[in-house]
Design a protein around this ligand. Structure first.
Ligand SMILES: [Zn+2]
Ligand SMILES: [Zn+2]
Length: 183
């Protein structure tokens, strides 16, 4: 898988099968395996993801004082969930901005001499919008340092993007959720 894509995307099943425990950068700690949403979510919008380090609730940042958690707290303020932040809603909702962000990303990659697929799958016409949304949300929450560190997005936020721009097959595993150079 294209690691540049992974920096912006929830992990795939292939990644989750990799042995070894990885630290969740957003919370700066190792996340134990989680089976039920009720085990960790208090914002009421989360879901189980493919890896433990991404199966996290936005409200867990209030138990952490690392810089990425502080970034999220500053944006959330008194809100119950990060998906209620108006700028987050604006980023995810605006199709034209997502499309233009995607166009710009394709342009930049081509400028760098990278191969870029712009094929749109009939079964998943919104994939590039999810890609753009994950990227823009990371920039909004953490700035460009969030991209370098591959900071996880809380599962409620990933679900929020997927609900707005769904894959008709409902399959977000494997490469289907990533915009990458291999397809
Ligand atoms: Zn939650
Ligand atoms: Zn939340």
């Amino acid at each position: 898988m294209d690691q540049r894509a992974f920096s912006r995307f929830p992990s795939t099943s292939a990644v989750s099968s990799t042995p070894g425990v990885t630290v969740c950068h957003l919370l700066d700690k190792i996340i134990p395996d989680r089976v039920q949403v009720s085990d960790f979510c208090t914002c009421t919008n989360c879901s189980i993801q493919n890896t433990a380090r991404e199966t996290i609730c936005c409200r867990e940042v209030w138990d952490s004082s690392c810089k990425y958690s502080e970034n999220l707290k500053a944006k959330m303020g008194d809100l119950q969930c990060v998906t209620q932040v108006q700028e987050v809603i604006d980023i995810v909702d605006r199709s034209l901005q997502l499309d233009l962000f995607h166009e710009n990303d394709v342009f930049l990659k081509r400028q760098l001499g990278l191969s870029v697929s712009t094929r749109v799958l009939a079964s998943d016409p919104h994939r590039h919008r999810r890609f753009a949304a994950y990227t823009m949300l990371t920039f909004f929450l953490h700035g460009s340092t969030g991209m370098k560190q591959r900071v996880e997005l809380p599962s409620c936020l990933v679900k929020f993007v997927r609900d707005r721009w769904p894959n008709s097959s409902g399959d977000y595993t494997g490469f289907s959720d990533a915009y990458n150079n291999n397809e």
